[in-house]
Design a protein. Structure first.
Length: 138
């Protein structure tokens, strides 16, 4: 009974390792996430680029002068370039930190070794349980 329970627990542990590896968690550098510094930087850049487009439309309608358009466009453009640089810098930094470590990564050889250890452990528990049941019968 104890051996069966331990075998089941060992199998569940192995399955949880495999399931975590397959399902994993979302990557911290993923731009599709709605929160975090990367999303905020992306939104800032998009707002600035949209402001430049709106400014061009205002100039075409005659709502602002060419001189005022030039000043505002240069300002928005410089801020958009800075936002793009910040976004790239943070993205590269995150990718470097992820590449420098093996977060949650299990190589196939390691996975096989873990499975072998779990099976060996289950065999030992079964043998120990059979040895105990044999001594009780004697």
């Amino acid at each position: 009974m104890t051996a069966l329970l331990l075998t089941i627990l060992a199998a569940l542990a192995a399955l949880s390792i495999v399931a975590f590896e397959l399902l994993g968690t979302s990557e911290p550098w993923d731009l599709e996430e709605g929160t975090g510094i990367l999303a905020a930087l992306r939104k800032r850049r998009e707002r600035l680029l949209r402001a430049i487009k709106d400014l061009e439309l205002e100039r075409d309608r005659g709502a602002i002068s060419d001189e005022e358009f030039g000043k505002l466009r240069n300002d928005y453009k410089a801020r958009a370039v800075a936002a793009t640089r910040d976004l790239d810098r943070v993205r590269k930094s995150r990718l470097r930190s992820l590449a420098g470590r093996r977060r949650g990564e299990i190589l196939p050889a390691e996975r096989r070794r873990i499975e072998e250890l779990v099976k060996a452990s289950a065999r030992r528990y079964q043998e120990a349980a059979q040895g105990e049941s044999g001594r009780k019968e004697s």
